[in-house]
Design a protein around this ligand. Structure first.
Ligand SMILES: *Cc1c(COP(=O)(O)O)cnc(C)c1O
Length: 436
């Protein structure tokens, strides 16, 4: 008899349609998910798990929120796609700008990859320069120029860079260690007039969660401005998830509280949360840059299903439900889990560190200090993570199947779910230290 995983692998390369869904990083065979509701997912065998994946970020309100489901059903009944502009896609773009002022103009696309790919093309088109600076371990989707030293999916698969990216493309991408101010300043001193853009995650969350060193985003912004390069802030994961205005909003509020002018991205990318589980992503930014996109300007970008009405209905309903109360709740849940897990591991004598960025967190086993660079993150004990993953899975907790991922909470993760996760972690930690 063939298992589901064998059947899937006989038709889908690796049995998946996106590498991070495979269990290569933890071993074993994934069980297909059948349904999800609130904080819980149910597999095809009827087993239920507290879900810490949340569709890799979009399920911020919990799965199958009734208001979102109803919005999708009503939109579908009005027609699936028109190939013409609708009122709701304008409303979603306005909703994004109202929360994130640097997004003066917005173009909706279907995936985060398209958003960052377009940002790079626009930066090159606007500056007439070729070179892109990115940071090792940060993921910006799978377009060629950004698929160098690109974080979780590749780290888990053990491939530093993708095959099929031309040498020319790779040569136009400069990769620096994250958080290294000297490396960044040196790169500008050496290549400044050739740099079209620096792209960074507002807070890295694709090598586990990393807190940006104080002032690092601001330094990038300053160097870009002085050298005429475009600062692209990738908030596909952090946007409307780390906090109400992404991770940029967290630093903006801290700056405003101390009387400092906040730094600004020139371009910003969104995805994940803004689609509420449907394929919606966006590029936003300075009006003068954004208006270089076709049909106004010479930088071409297009999409048959961009701003799709059913997808936009999910995104708009989700965004409208994301009140300050929801973010306060997410923050409390993330605190309870991050601190709870850490206390349990400390008590059991399991060496670990916790990375935090707003409501995002992840646990690095085997590290004494939360990492900043990919090199530091890669030194974690991935074998121990594999044991934790499987022990939790047995106990009914579904973690991301990789040590290089963020643990996602939703508004539906309440007291019951938090205690369920902490009990499972406690049981694992005790068994882990019982047989050293
Ligand atoms: C997920 C992600 C992307 C890519 O988005 P897709 O919709 O998967 O193409 C880009 N950047 C960051 C920071 C992400 O987390």
């Amino acid at each position: 008899m063939t298992t589901f995983a064998q059947r899937a692998a006989a038709i889908l390369p690796g049995g998946v349609n996106s590498p991070v869904r495979a269990w290569n990083g933890v071993g074993g065979e994934p069980v297909p998910i059948a349904s999800a509701r609130g904080a819980w997912v149910t597999d095809a065998n009827g087993r239920e798990y507290v879900d810490m994946v949340g569709s890799w970020g979009p399920a911020i309100l919990g799965h199958a929120h009734p208001t979102v489901v109803q919005a999708v059903q009503e939109a579908a009944a009005r027609g699936l796609s028109f190939g013409a502009t609708t009122v709701r896609e304008v409303e979603l773009a306005e909703e994004i700008r109202a929360r994130y002022a640097p997004a003066e103009r917005v173009r909706l696309v279907s995936t985060g990859t398209e958003a960052t790919m377009t940002a790079i093309r626009l930066a090159r088109g606007a500056t007439g320069r070729d070179v892109i600076v990115k940071f090792a371990g940060l993921y910006h989707g799978h377009s060629d120029s950004l698929l160098v030293a690109a974080g979780s999916g590749l780290a888990t698969a053990g491939v530093p860079d993708s095959a099929g990216v031309t040498r020319g493309t790779a040569a136009d991408t400069i990769v620096l260690p994250y958080g290294d101010e000297n490396a960044l300043t040196d790169a500008f001193a050496e290549h400044g007039p050739r740099i079209a853009a620096v792209i960074t995650e507002a807070a890295p969350a694709n090598m586990g969660t990393v807190t940006p060193p104080l002032g690092f985003n601001r330094l990038i912004a300053t160097l870009c401005r002085n050298e005429g390069a475009v600062f692209v802030v990738d908030e596909v994961l952090t946007g409307f998830r780390a906090g109400p205005a992404g991770y940029w909003g967290i630093e903006r509020d801290a700056d405003l509280a101390t009387g400092v002018d906040p730094w600004q991205p020139d371009l910003v990318t969104f995805g994940k949360v803004i689609g509420g589980g449907m394929p919606v992503a966006a590029l936003g930014g300075r009006a003068d840059l954004m208006e270089q996109l076709a049909p106004l300007g010479p930088v071409y970008q297009a999409g048959t299903l961009s701003g799709n009405p059913v997808a936009v209905a999910a995104g708009l309903a989700t965004m409208r439900l994301l009140t300050d109360d929801v973010y306060a709740g997410l923050s409390r849940t993330a605190d309870a889990l991050a601190t709870g897990v850490s206390d349990i591991l400390t008590e059991a004598g399991v060496r670990h560190a916790v990375g935090r960025a707003g409501t995002l967190f992840s646990v690095f086993l085997g590290l004494a200090q939360a990492p900043v660079t990919f090199e530091q993150a890669a030194a974690q004990d991935t074998a121990a993570f594999g044991r934790l993953f499987h022990a939790l899975h047995e106990s009914g907790v579904h973690l991301p199947p990789s040590a290089f991922e963020t643990w996602f909470v939703s508004h539906q993760h309440g007291h019951v779910e938090i205690e369920h996760v902490l009990d499972a972690v406690r049981a694992w930690a005790n068994s882990e230290t019982a047989h050293p």
